[in-house]
Design a protein around this ligand. Structure first.
Ligand code: DOR
Length: 431
């Protein structure tokens, strides 16, 4: 029998209580006598906030195929120290996760590592080629119970194929997470936000309409099919307008924003530093402000990291040739705390909603993102709202170092993460 006792925590930042987790399940909440919890691991949570552990709808773990950049073990470790109990591993591995066998292998490997539940995302199309639909139903019925499907890294741009895929996933209540970017509008060389700066830097840009046209089309396909569309890494005000319209109509459309699109802006590209090269690109500061407002008002449902590890030799190129993506799992809470909570825009209960409850609901993931109540699984995170930490890329548990937050200080830090009652990480290291 394993027992963990958390003493004096502020549940969702709202009321103070002790929490006893026995064999992975919350057994008691209230004033608990330490002496009565014999043999328990005791976590002193005085001054700390207890939340349901985070669920990341958008993680790149690179295994199989690019284990030099990340593995299921190193990515799981980064997730655990970041406060996560579950991550959705994107399908753009080598080979692509497009069959039940491959999905089950990712899931099984995650269970073997045992730091977070690694839930495979199935690709929408075979080999991400955008031509033939993957084995969606078989992946859904497999042991990995795939519910989230995405060609992330690429847009499902064929409208008829997207329509068929949406019809298909309604059979098992799946969701399609779309990388909204019309390739015809963007062009293969696009690598930053299209605007005054892209012209000055001589870098081909993406127009906002490349994202917005696909978001609008997919909203209409959700309306036509009843299939659930999730807008991955939303980045423009025009997309937010469309999502607001869809929600006002009651359509099955949800959206995520990344910590980097909330905080980092296109002017960082002035120095051509490839750590800031990401897809969709960093946007102007007024866009980031609109994204923060949309997260606070519920237009955007969740924060998802788009954790995208890359080895240095894939980043150390001319800007146009470098890989897209940045790390995110270990720093997400710090960014959200600093920008959204310390600024007074959101409460800790709101953080629980956008980083845990809603992501689990969207993915139909059981056992995570649950209320802190007796009988619920002990998937929990303890946050110190007043601890300030300076990000040091060399201290990361990720295998890669493409960390855009290096040297920045955030107030609000993960102190401990619990997976089914077992402490997986404490203060930035594995337990
Ligand atoms: O920046 C990104 N990196 N955006 C994506 O859509 C894919 C990701 C990756 O796999 O590196």
């Amino acid at each position: 029998m394993s027992t963990t006792l958390i003493t004096g925590a502020s549940l969702l930042g709202e009321r103070s209580a002790d929490v006893l987790v026995v064999d992975g399940v919350i057994r008691e909440i209230g004033s608990i006598d330490t002496g009565a919890a014999q043999g328990a691991e005791v976590l002193d949570a005085d001054g700390l906030v207890l939340l349901p552990a985070f669920v990341d709808l958008h993680t790149h773990l690179r295994e199989p195929g690019r284990e030099d950049a990340e593995t299921i073990r190193t990515g799981s470790a980064a997730a655990a120290v970041g406060g996560y109990s579950a991550v959705f591993a994107m399908a753009n591995t080598t080979p692509v996760t497009d069959t039940p066998e491959k999905a089950v292998e990712v899931w099984r490997r995650g269970q073997e590592v045992g730091l977070v539940d690694v839930m495979p995302v199935g690709s929408v199309t075979k080999a991400l080629a955008g031509e033939e639909i993957s084995e969606l139903g078989l992946m859904a019925r497999s042991q990995a119970r795939v519910r989230v499907f995405s060609d992330d890294g690429r847009c499902v741009h064929d409208s008829q194929l997207m329509r068929r895929a949406l019809e298909y996933v309604t059979a098992f209540d799946g969701v399609i997470s779309q990388h909204s970017q019309d390739p015809a509008l963007a062009g293969p060389a696009a690598c930053c936000h299209e605007g005054e700066l892209s012209g000055r830097l001589g870098l081909p840009g993406w127009p906002d309409a490349a994202e917005e046209a696909i978001v609008a089309r997919d909203v209409m396909l959700a309306k036509a099919t009843g299939g659930r569309v999730h807008v991955a890494h939303v980045s423009t005000p025009g997309s937010l307008e469309v999502i607001r319209w869809a929600k006002a109509k009651g359509l099955p459309v949800t959206a995520e924003v990344t910590p980097h699109h909330l905080a980092l802006t296109t002017d960082l590209l002035e120095g051509y530093d490839t750590v800031y090269k990401v897809n969709p690109p960093l946007r102007p500061s007024e866009y980031a402000e609109e994204l923060r407002a949309a997260l606070a008002d519920g237009t955007i449902d969740v924060v998802a990291t788009d954790h995208a590890p890359h080895v240095s030799h894939d980043k150390e190129h001319a800007f146009a040739d470098a890989a897209f993506g940045m790390l995110g799992l270990e720093t997400a809470l710090g960014v959200v705390s600093e920008l959204m909570v310390q600024s007074g825009r959101m409460s800790w209960a709101d953080v629980a909603r956008v980083m845990s409850t809603r992501p689990a609901e969207i993915a139909r993931l059981e056992g995570h993102g649950r209320p802190i109540e007796v009988g619920e699984p002990g998937n929990l995170v303890l946050v110190d709202p007043s601890r300030s930490l300076t990000v040091d890329r060399s201290a990361s548990l990720s295998r890669s170092r493409n960390n855009p937050w290096h040297g920045r200080t955030f107030t609000g830090a993960v102190r401990a993460t619990l997976l089914r009652g077992r402490v997986t990480a404490r203060d930035g290291v594995l337990a």
